[in-house]
Design a binder for this molecule. Structure first.
Ligand code: HEC
Ligand code: HEC
Length: 278
């Protein structure tokens, strides 16, 4: 063991005895106040800001699309240039309409959300698939389940971010009001009550095969309770880079769950993982 690992190991042994509470320091502060969408104001500017919230919130896009290299960094890349190029690439297997301009970018994004394998960016495909299968989950299906309006909003946000004028169609007043109602129902600030709800809240199933999600950016967690102690499970969740599961790379699993989770949620997740059958 290297010196650093001895330290980390001792730290976690210590924490295991003092309880999980110390690991999750941010739980006491006031929860962030989330701005709600106003049904009457879903004009294009409203769609862009709704899309921005979905991108890091319900959409869980930032779990993978960030600057750590696990997926293309959508917020930094020049999509206005890159996406039209994808559409004319020999490997492109989709049916998105148009080859140039903002509308083609919209169509490519929407197709990527519903059927990510239509074009797999080189180097990012599922292991062993020679870049023919995308590890990205279909976002209109469980566990992410964005609605059409939400996918349009995310698309408008990405177009706006890339300096394009968003081309998505705006929702009717009725659709906008339904969307704002569903956002109200989803109170992110409330701690969840069950393990399943906690893994849903933190997007674990987009990368791990949990609750039938077939996520496979991370290892299968079946029977993990036989292999890891409670303290090791906590470590794997709040300090994923302390030890890397064999065959996987560091920096793939987000390392800030410890800052976001409540102690009760972390405990629920550990209990949930321990019960997963082999
Ligand atoms: C579990 C990880 C993961 C999540 C969650 C995820 N993606 Fe992806 N996404 C990827 C990977 C990996 C690729 C690259 C492989 C490919 O081309 O499909 C990708 C590709 C894409 C592309 C095509 C990029 C290109 O350069 O051609 C778009 C657009 C995209 N994602 C949008 C999104 C949006 C928007 C969300 C949230 C609603 C999202 N993704 C959620 C992993 C993810
Ligand atoms: C963006 C993808 C991603 C997300 C989201 C994610 N993980 Fe992981 N996870 C990984 C990868 C990749 C590994 C293997 C590399 C490592 O050990 O850090 C891993 C490793 C693990 C391990 C250790 C498994 C072993 O066999 O050593 C556990 C436990 C785990 N994750 C639980 C969770 C839980 C619980 C959540 C949600 C709170 C979560 N993960 C969210 C990608 C992810």
């Amino acid at each position: 063991m290297t010196f650093a690992r001895v330290i980390i190991f001792s730290l976690f042994t210590l924490l295991a005895f003092t309880g999980f509470a110390n690991l999750v320091p941010q739980v006491q502060g006031d929860p962030p106040v989330e701005e709600k969408i106003d049904a009457g104001s879903l004009d294009m500017a409203g769609m862009v800001s709704f899309g921005e919230r979905l991108f890091s919130g319900k959409g869980t896009c930032t779990l993978c699309h960030n600057n750590l290299g696990r997926a293309p960094d959508l917020l930094e890349m020049d999509l206005a240039k890159a996406f039209p190029e994808r559409l004319t690439d020999a490997r492109y297997a989709g049916i998105a309409k148009g080859k140039t301009g903002a509308k083609a970018v919209e169509n490519y994004i929407i197709e990527s959300l519903k059927d990510p394998s239509k074009y797999v960016v080189a180097g990012f495909g599922k292991k062993g698939s020679s870049d023919s299968i995308s590890p990205m989950p279909k976002v209109d299906a469980a566990p992410i389940e964005l609605t059409n309006i939400e996918m349009n909003a995310v698309t408008a946000f990405l177009q706006d971010r890339a300096g394009l004028t968003p081309t998505v169609s705006l929702p009717s007043a009725e659709e906008a009001s339904a969307a704002s109602k569903s956002e109200d129902d989803e109170d992110e600030a409330e701690p969840v009550k069950t393990g399943v709800a906690a893994i849903e809240k933190y997007g674990c199933a987009t990368c791990h095969d949990l609750e039938g999600s077939e996520g496979d950016l991370g290892p299968k967690l079946n029977g993990i309770g036989n292999k890891m102690s409670d303290a090791k499970l906590v470590e794997a969740i709040v300090k994923p880079n302390a030890e890397i599961a064999e065959g996987y790379e560091a920096d793939t699993m987000p390392d800030d769950f410890g800052e976001q989770m409540r102690v009760s949620e972390l405990n629920l997740i550990v209990e949930y993982l321990k019960k997963l059958p082999e």
